[in-house]
Design a protein around this ligand. Structure first.
Ligand code: ADP
Ligand code: ASP
Ligand code: MG
Length: 410
């Protein structure tokens, strides 16, 4: 049996915590399992390194930033391997370059293309516990890359998929996936199980407990993920196929909250073919991902177009839109004071009236809805940012998530 375990920043915060990780790995090994451990950088380390890069240059070179920030994970890998050996166990750290975790060359947001098995299989055969730094890859020219914030989750799932592991455990600072961020809402409940589709929506909508890409890979390769706390014992949450979940009366599984977007509005856009295409092509040419788009009904041959992008792209998106706005004599405005609250649940597919219930709950709190978007299993509303946490708590309560654990173990 092969298990991949991933430990996030708080779980390897210091040598004491690293010793805990080593103990658990040795215990698993003692039960006859092969163990691969993926580690994050110590908490705060990636931010610290990024700040240094920005002290050195306003726009630091992207390739060198990846060389820099990948070192955080390298430090914890070596420390864990040293600790395991000190405890009398065979262990070896293997960096992305040594394994050959090949990625594309998009520095800072690289995607894993392939993983070679040979080196890891050989080291496992020799009885080693393998320690792999998360978050890093290497492109075909040998350049170091990183996989985006939270990318160690993706390293773990990709390794589990490539090596056909029996289990992928993600150890973090909460004891599972909750109905909403437990650090915002003290009524949040741990879920025993959640489907890949729901987890994907939750991650995309702001629940950072798993990186989006890791859930995509887990679903594609059918890797069950167990999210657990490294600090306390508990059942954790299994992220798995929908068929493995016994549905109860549950319609909504989670509420998410995201303050990381801005809203850009172009007022009085001439109502003729090709203008929306021009705006959004220019944004996509600049590699800007647009999230929500709303265009109102035409009045006297003009309409307003509103869309949202992540804060990191706000300035660039505003500039591009403003330039097009000038050409067509349309005014462009940006609102940074927004939050997106969303409800997620596979039960929505078979229940009518969920959207209206959501709008009624928000109205009941006096919260105005600025934008709405829906998919088969989620509804998102953009609201004024100061109401974000209030909205989360109200939705959580009125959709019955404050009650007992919503899913039974099956
Ligand atoms: P790690 O450093 O272990 O990767 P992260 O900080 O990336 O941990 O993710 C864990 C955090 O995710 C939690 O501390 C919690 O605040 C946040 N979080 C947001 N939404 C949820 C949710 N629905 N369930 C659990 N945790 C959540
Ligand atoms: N250290 C990286 C980050 O802080 C990757 C990770 O922890 O998953 O984003
Ligand atoms: Mg994380």
């Amino acid at each position: 049996m092969l298990v991949v375990q991933k430990y996030g920043g708080t779980s390897v915060r210091d040598v004491e915590r690293i010793k805990n990780v080593a103990k658990r790995a040795i215990e698993y090994k003692g039960r006859g399992m092969d163990v691969i451990i993926v580690v994050s950088a110590m908490s705060g380390e990636t931010d610290r390194l990024l700040n240094l890069a920005h002290e050195a240059a306003k726009f630091p070179d992207e390739r060198e930033v990846d060389v820099l920030i990948s070192t955080g994970e390298q430090v914890t890998s070596a420390l864990l391997a040293i600790t395991l050996r000190e405890m009398g166990h065979k262990a070896v750290s293997l960096l992305a370059d040594q394994i050959r975790i090949i990625s594309d060359s998009s520095y800072g947001t690289a995607r894993i293309a392939s993983i070679e098995e040979e080196k890891i299989r050989g080291a496992l055969k020799e009885g080693n516990i393998i320690v792999v730094p998360g978050f890093q890859g290497v492109d075909r020219d040998g350049n170091i890359t990183t996989l985006g914030r939270g990318g160690s989750d993706t390293t773990a799932v990709a390794l589990a998929a490539a090596l056909r592991a029996d289990l992928c455990e993600i150890y973090t600072d909460v004891d599972g996936v909750y109905t909403t961020d437990p650090n915002i809402c003290d009524k949040a409940r741990r879920l025993d199980k959640i489907s890949y589709d729901e987890m994907l929506e939750m991650a995309s909508l702001g629940a950072k407990v798993l990186q989006i890409r890791s859930v995509e890979l887990a679903q594609k390769y059918n890797v069950p993920i167990m999210v657990k706390s490294s600090l306390m014992e508990g059942k954790g949450t299994l992220v798995c196929k929908e068929e493995m979940i016994v549905m109860e009366k549950v319609v909504i599984s989670g509420v998410t909250y995201n303050k990381n977007e801005v809203k850009i509005t172009i007022n009085r856009v001439p109502d003729k073919p090709g203008i929306a295409s021009r705006i959004f092509s220019s944004l996509s040419d600049a590699n800007i991902v647009v999230d929500m788009i709303v265009q109102n009904v035409s009045h006297d041959n003009y309409n307003d177009i509103t869309f949202t992008v992540v804060k990191a792209d706000a300035k660039k998106a505003f500039k591009i839109t403003e330039e097009i706005g000038k050409e067509i004599s349309a005014k462009v405005a940006m609102d940074e004071d927004i939050a997106k609250v969303s409800i997620v649940g596979i039960g929505m597919r078979s229940h009518a009236g969920i959207a209206s219930k959501m709008f009624t709950i928000l109205a009941g709190e006096g919260i105005n809805i600025e934008l709405i978007s829906t998919s088969e299993i989620k509804i998102s509303c953009v609201i004024e940012s100061k109401y974000g946490e209030l909205a989360v708590r109200a939705l959580h309560k009125h959709f019955g998530l404050d009650a007992e654990d919503v899913r039974e173990e099956s």
